[in-house]
Write a protein that binds this ligand. Structure first.
Ligand code: PLP
Length: 494
């Protein structure tokens, strides 16, 4: 095939997009891949035929010979246009021009009885009334700088002190520190950085990490581990579980850190943290647990599970965005990741986000108080949803075990592109679901979690994540089932 790199501008847009079936070549620059240890750059060729259908093909930049042109539809979340190795400016409206929208919009009829159903609670949750009130109250009443040695400052400081106590108590931290951060990513980074600094100082340069960790962990290890570190990436079962005996067998004399999440963000699987924690304690190894998806949804027992670092993020349990915390076991190493003032014991400088912190503590307290009831109700909703979805031909549930988070459901729909499905659900039905995480494999931009679960490529590209939360009710579920039915029927017909 003849290809050339063309920059699409408003001036030449009509020539290349609307009139012909000409190929357009763009470079798609995806995230850094921790497995292949480099950024993946793929050549993306796309054309649009007169009937509005997008044709596209994708291949690695280094493998042009393997080029395949496929028919399909795709959402382009982060396209940059490159020309002669030079990055061109991001085109405003680029998504509009090339996105899935053009291909489907022409024939998509919005549901006249549309109901807005938010089912992407693993991505983020709506702030609860309690958390919002706490946020407003802290902003109004406790606006002083907590470092100020005067009344308003002391009042603000008391919010932080109380929040630390609440959070420690909710998560079973008996003896240690709660350090506030900007969210889960920063908390994970702080934990990894601290443990690896310690490993470097003590000559213990081996790390064990599960293959299904969030990029906040995988990329942090990539960043903080120098070349002389060895990384063991643990496999998972086809159900998405780490096997504690794999951890045991991977432990070496120089292992400084084990990092395994409490619950996975794509399939919700709950990992054997207690057994792994005991192994780490026995072998004097630091143990980091990403509890971003778990906190507020299932019980967390920090001290009982011998955890050394635990990351949480408020917006995953109906708290505000942009605030999280790292819980650190007493006496364990902490590196200063943000230099500046003395805040957060000198490890994380910067004037504290008092409203965010107060609101996060209120949200976590609320979530933990109502956890049993909420979890049971959400699990029941999920069962109803599974029952309904399974009546649609060729729909498969990927996380059937009971040992998963109450709200997360991973569903594969044979022959249906998940990105197309989530687009149709959103545009025509008012339903928000997710297609899961992007790139981590050398060969593709498929979910690294589903790949680790040894799922086939076609099944991965047809997988959506539905994540229910406290705001969903039975009517949402009935609507979700019928919205899935309609959307799947529509896409299969296409
Ligand atoms: N860890 C897990 C398991 C997550 O699901 C997420 C967010 O989706 C993060 C870390 C990052 O959290 P934040 O968005 O607060 O930075």
């Amino acid at each position: 095939m003849n290809t050339s790199i063309i920059r699409i501008t408003p001036e030449n847009h009509d020539e290349y997009i609307n009139k012909t079936d000409r190929p357009i070549v763009i470079l798609y620059f995806s995230e850094f891949c921790v497995h292949c240890k480099r950024a993946i750059r793929s050549l993306f060729v796309m054309s649009q035929s007169m009937d509005g259908i997008l044709n596209f093909g994708m291949c690695q930049v280094d493998g042009l010979d393997d080029f395949r042109l496929e028919k399909g539809i795709i959402n382009l979340p982060s396209i940059c246009v490159w020309q002669n190795g030079e990055k061109l400016e991001f085109q405003e409206g680029f998504d509009e021009i090339y996105g899935i929208g053009n291909a489907l919009k022409a024939t998509l009829v919005p549901n006249p009885n549309l109901r807005y159903v938010y089912a992407d609670n693993a991505a983020t949750t709506k702030i609860s009334k309690t958390a919002l009130e706490a946020f407003v109250n802290c902003s109004n009443e406790y606006f002083g700088n907590p470092s100020g040695n005067y009344e308003t400052g002391k009042k603000a400081k008391s919010v932080i002190r109380n929040a630390k106590r609440t959070i420690a108590s909710c998560l079973g931290l008996k003896n240690g520190k709660v350090i506030f951060t900007s969210g889960g990513t920063e908390a994970d980074n702080m934990a990894i950085c601290s443990a690896l600094d310690f490993g470097r100082e003590t000559g213990r340069k081996h790390v064990i990490v599960s293959s299904i960790e969030h990029h906040a962990v995988l990329n942090a290890i990539e960043k903080y581990a120098s070349d002389d570190f060895r990384i063991t990436v643990l496999p998972v079962s086809s159900g998405g579980y780490v096997n504690a005996s794999d951890v045991r067998e991977s432990i070496c004399e120089d292992t400084c850190l084990v990092s395994v999440m409490l619950a996975n963000n794509e399939v919700g699987t709950i990992q054997p943290i207690k057994t792994i924690g005991a192994l780490c304690k026995k072998n004097d190894i630091l143990f980091h647990v990403d509890a971003v998806q778990a906190a507020g949804h299932i019980p967390v027992a920090f001290s009982e599970c011998n955890i050394d670092y635990l990351a949480i993020s408020a917006h995953k349990f109906n708290g505000p965005k942009g605030v999280g915390a790292l819980l650190v076991n007493a006496g364990k190493p902490i590196s200063r990741i943000i230099a500046g003032g003395h805040q957060e014991y000198g490890f994380r400088a910067g004037t504290e986000n008092v409203p965010g912190i107060g609101s996060m503590a209120a949200a976590l307290h609320d979530s933990c108080k109502g956890m049993k009831e909420n979890a049971a109700r959400i699990r029941q909703l999920k069962e109803l949803l599974v029952e309904g979805l399974c009546t649609i031909p060729d729909v498969r549930i990927n996380n059937t075990s009971q040992n998963v988070l109450p709200g997360i459901l991973s569903v594969s729909i044979k022959g249906v592109n998940a990105k197309a499905l989530s687009y149709v659900l959103d545009e025509a039905e008012g339903v928000t679901v997710s297609t899961g995480a992007a790139c981590t494999s050398m060969e593709s931009n498929l979910s690294h979690v589903l790949l680790a679960m040894k799922m086939k490529e076609d099944r991965i590209t047809s997988t959506v994540r539905i994540s229910l939360g406290t705001n969903n009710d039975e009517e949402d579920i009935q609507y979700l089932i019928s919205a899935f039915e309609r959307s799947i029927r529509y896409l299969r017909k296409k």
